[in-house]
Design a protein. Sequence first.
Length: 219
Amino acid sequence: MAGSDQPVYSIGAVSKLLGVPTHTLRTWQERYGLVVPERSSGGHRLYSRDQLEHLRFLSDQVAAGISAADAHRLLRERMAAGAGTPAAEDPAGSALLILLAEHDPHAADFAEYFLRTEGYDVEIVTGPDDVLAKLAETRVDLVVVDLLIAGGQGRSLCAQVRERTDVPVLAVSPIGLRDGAVEAGASAFLRKPIKPLQLVSTVQDLLGNSALVRQGGDR
C-alpha cells in the first residue's frame, strides 16, 4: 500500500466501523494470518479497503454464529475463488454533515460537489481554528483534513480534533504524509489526486450505519 492512492484505515477506525474490539482483530491476524495489515513507520496497523471488507465478512459470519476459524476458512475459500466480499452499506440520501478543511479551493469545490450528490451536507473551512470552532458549536459527523492546510498544519489539526471528539477524520494529501496522519489520530488516509468514487466510498466506510439512525433536526 505504500505510495498507493488507495485509502488506508487505522485499526481504531476498523474496530469502530465493524464493532470488533482491536484485541480481536489482532488475535485474528496472529492466529489465522489471513488479513495482515501493513505497518506504518511508527508500527501502527494500516488496513486497505479490501482488508476492511474482508474483516466485515468475518465479523458478519461470527455474528451469525459461525466460529472464527470457520469464518476464516470461508473467507480463504472466497479469496481463492476470486469472489468479492459484500460491499459496505450506502448511506446516500442522509443529511450527515461533513466538514471539509481544504487549502485548495478547486479541490474543495470538487469534493463538495461529489459528496453533495451523494446526499451529504458539506461545509468548507479554510483554517484549523474554523474547524475547531465548528466542532464546538454544531454536530459534525466527519472531518476531511487536507494535511497542507494553513501551511502544513493538517497533522496538528488531526491531533486536536481527536483530542476533542470521536468524530472520524479522513486525512488527504498529495504527498506521502500517510503514516504521520494516522499516528496523529486520523481514521483513514487518501492520497491526492482523489478519485470521486474513492472519496465517496471511503466516507461511506467511515460513517458506517450512522446515516440510518441520524435524527433530523438534532444538529
